[in-house]
Design a protein around this ligand. Structure first.
Ligand SMILES: Nc1nc2c(c(=O)[nH]1)N[C@@H](CN(C=O)c1ccc(C(=O)N[C@@H](CCC(=O)O)C(=O)O)cc1)CN2
Ligand code: MG
Length: 291
C-alpha cells in the first residue's frame, strides 16, 4: 500500500492563514505589523528563489517585509553595517540573512551580529543555547516545520524510536535536540522521543535507519534512503532539497513510498513548512518586542 502523504503545502496554507488572522488581530488592536528584513547577498539562483518565496509569503500574511539585495562582492564590513542598522530599526522585528554567504564573508560572524531578539532563523549561539537547555526564545524554522508536519498529521512522537540522518547546524542537530526534549509549557515543540543521529561515519546505516518508527532524512544526498532502510509503516520525513538538472529531488528514493506508512514529498513537504515557521517566528518576535 502506498504511504500516506505528509502534505507540507496544505499544512503550510492552513498555518499561514492562522498567522494572517493573528496579524490582522494585532492590526485591529493598533499594533504595528510584524516586520521581517531579508538579506540576500549574491546571485545564487536557489537562494534568490527562497527569498522571493519568503517575501511573498510574508506579504500574503500581512507582514511588513523588505528584501535587501547586495552584490556578490559585498564585504563582511558592509554586511555587518547593514545588520547593525536593521538591529536598531524598531520596524524590524525579524532579520534573516540567507545562507550560504559568499566565501569572503564569515557566516559565523554575521550570525553572531544579528540581535538574538530578532534572530528569527534561531541561528545565533545564544538562541541555540536557549533551545538546547529547553527554554527556547525561537524554534529554528526547518526543525520546527518537521515537528509540526508530524504532530499535526496525528503522528505521536513520545517514546518513539527516531533516527535523524544528518548532523548540520541548520537541520540535523537542532531537530534531534527538539525531538528528544521533554515537552513543557515553555517548550511545547518537543518530541519526548528516543533519538539516534546517523551520519557519513555511521556503521551499518541501513540497520540503524530500519530501527526508526520515524526517519528524518537530512543528508543532502539525493535518493540516499532506499526501501531496504525503512521499517514497514514508518513515518519518513524528507528534508532534502537537491536540485539535479533543474528538478527538485529529495534524500528519499521514490520506491520508499511502497514501504513507509507516511512520507513527505519533495517538493511540497518540508520546504513550504520552513517558510511558514519563519512567518510564525516573525510574529512571535513582534509579540516579544512590542507586546
Ligand atoms: N537564513 C537561512 N538560510 C537557509 C535556510 C534557512 O532556513 N535560513 N534554509 C535553507 C534554504 N531554505 C530556506 O532558506 C529553503 C529551502 C527550500 C525551500 C522550499 O520551499 N523548497 C521547495 C522546493 C523548491 C521550490 O519549489 O522552490 C519544496 O521543498 O517544496 C524553502 C526554503 C538554506 N539556507
Ligand atoms: Mg562563507
Amino acid at each position: 500500500m502506498a504511504a500516506q502523504r505528509l502534505d507540507g503545502k496544505a499544512l503550510a496554507a492552513t498555518m499561514r492563514s492562522e498567522i494572517a488572522a493573528r496579524v490582522a488581530e494585532r492590526a485591529r488592536a493598533g499594533k504595528r505589523a510584524p516586520g521581517l528584513a531579508a538579506v540576500l547577498v549574491g546571485e545564487d539562483p536557489a537562494s534568490q528563489q527562497y527569498v522571493k518565496n519568503k517575501h511573498k509569503a510574508c506579504q500574503d500574511a500581512g507582514l511588513a517585509t523588505t528584501v535587501h539585495r547586495l552584490s556578490a562582492s559585498t564585504t563582511q564590513a558592509e554586511l555587518l553595517e547593514l545588520v547593525g542598522r536593521l538591529n536598531a530599526d524598531p520596524a524590524v522585528h525579524g532579520i534573516l540573512v540567507q545562507l550560504p554567504l559568499p566565501k569572503q564573508i564569515d557566516d559565523g560572524a554575521i550570525i553572531r551580529a544579528v540581535s538574538p531578539n530578532k534572530d528569527v532563523d534561531c541561528f545565533h549561539p545564544e538562541n541555540v543555547g536557549l533551545l538546547m537547555t529547553g527554554y527556547p526564545r525561537f524554534y529554528p524554522c526547518t526543525p520546527h516545520g518537521v515537528l509540526q508536519l508530524l504532530t499535526r498529521n496525528g503522528i505521536a512522537l513520545a517514546g518513539k524510536e527516531i533516527v535523524v540522518l544528518g548532523r548540520s547546524n541548520i537541520v540535523g542537530k537542532p531537530v534531534a535536540v527538539m525531538l528528544m526534549q521533554k515537552a513543557t509549557a515553555t517548550n511545547p515543540a518537543a518530541g519526548d522521543a528516543t533519538v539516534t543521529v546517523a551520519h557519513t561515519r555511521t556503521k551499518n546505516l541501513a540497520d540503524v535507519c530500519r530501527r526508526a518508527d520515524v526517519l528524518i532524512a537530512a543528508a543532502g544526498v539525493p535518493g540516499v534512503i532506499t526501501p531496504d532502510m525503512v521499517k514497514p509503516g514508518a513515518a519518513v520525513v524528507d528534508v532534502g532539497t537537491n536540485n539535479v538538472d533543474g528538478r527538485w529531488l529529495g534524500d528519499v528514493h521514490k520506491d520508499v513510498e511502497s514501504v513507509a506508512g507516511w512520507l513527505s514529498p519533495v517538493p511540497g513537504g518540508v520546504g513550504p513548512m520552513t517558510i511558514t515557521m519563519l512567518l510564525y517566528n516573525t510574529l512571535d518576535a513582534a509579540k516579544q518586542i512590542d507586546g
